[in-house]
Design a protein. Structure first.
Length: 234
């Protein structure tokens, strides 16, 4: 399972092979993200995998250089796994940078996960685990390319943040709740603000339903209710 030294003849050539394979694996995953216009694309994924591989190789190098020293020569204790542990925790900061929250929706989670993955790929190739690295690369590409096509066929909750501003009299809240019940929409959150000076009331709903996107359709119905001044949704 490990990449044996006999295959490449020298330690230097082995390091070269490891770095090239890590860079290629990161590039393949990053290319898929690049095609979908994600902020972390080809170069970012390649560099993450390459950097993780290099750090593991350096950690291995420290171990090979100082492992032969006994306790009488130095108090240095080498733990090759320590660098790998820091890579796993450190990659979280880079992943957090690609996650974007827009209202109720969150974007970038898949890209953050792929960055975390390519760090693992770099570590795998860096330590010489070629077969697990190649297998993980193939599975990751299958998930990113093939499983994405199944998403439109899955029945899942859709969330709509709806804001309605209307005259406080007559109160349109009963009509709104009747509309939601008639269309079998579930309200997970509700807030209202009464503006006594301007005589308006603002309702904010978090609407959940299991069908297609209905923002435009729903707002067109609400716009026909008496007293409605402004509607927004996201």
């Amino acid at each position: 399972m490990f990449l044996p030294h006999e295959l490449y003849g020298s330690y230097g050539l082995g390091v070269f092979v490891k770095i090239v394979m890590a860079a290629l694996a990161g590039a393949l995953v990053g290319l898929e993200r690049e095609k979908h216009g994600r902020p972390a694309g080809l170069r970012t994924h390649l560099l993450v995998a390459l950097g993780a591989c290099l750090m593991v190789v350096v950690s291995e190098g420290f171990h090979l250089k100082y492992n032969g020293m006994d306790g009488s020569e130095t108090a240095l204790r080498i733990d090759p796994g320590r660098v790998a542990a820091q890579i796993v925790s450190g990659i979280g900061f880079l992943g957090a940078g690609v996650i974007i929250k827009e209202g109720l929706s969150v974007r970038g989670l898949t890209t953050a996960a792929s960055l975390w993955l390519v760090a693992g790929l770099g570590m795998a190739f860096g330590v010489g685990l070629v077969v697990p690295g190649l297998l993980a690369t193939a599975v990751a590409l299958f998930c990113l390319v093939t499983l994405k096509r199944l998403e439109p066929t899955l029945k899942k909750d859709r969330y709509l943040h709806l804001k309605v501003i209307a005259r406080s009299e007559p109160d349109i809240y009963p009509e709104l709740t009747e509309l939601f019940e008639r269309r079998k929409l579930r309200i997970t959150d509700l807030s209202s603000t009464l503006d006594l000076e301007n005589g308006t009331v603002t309702y904010q709903f978090n609407v959940v339903q299991h069908r297609k996107v209905i923002g435009r359709e729903l707002t067109s119905v609400i716009a026909g209710m008496p007293g409605v001044k402004r509607i927004s949704f996201q």
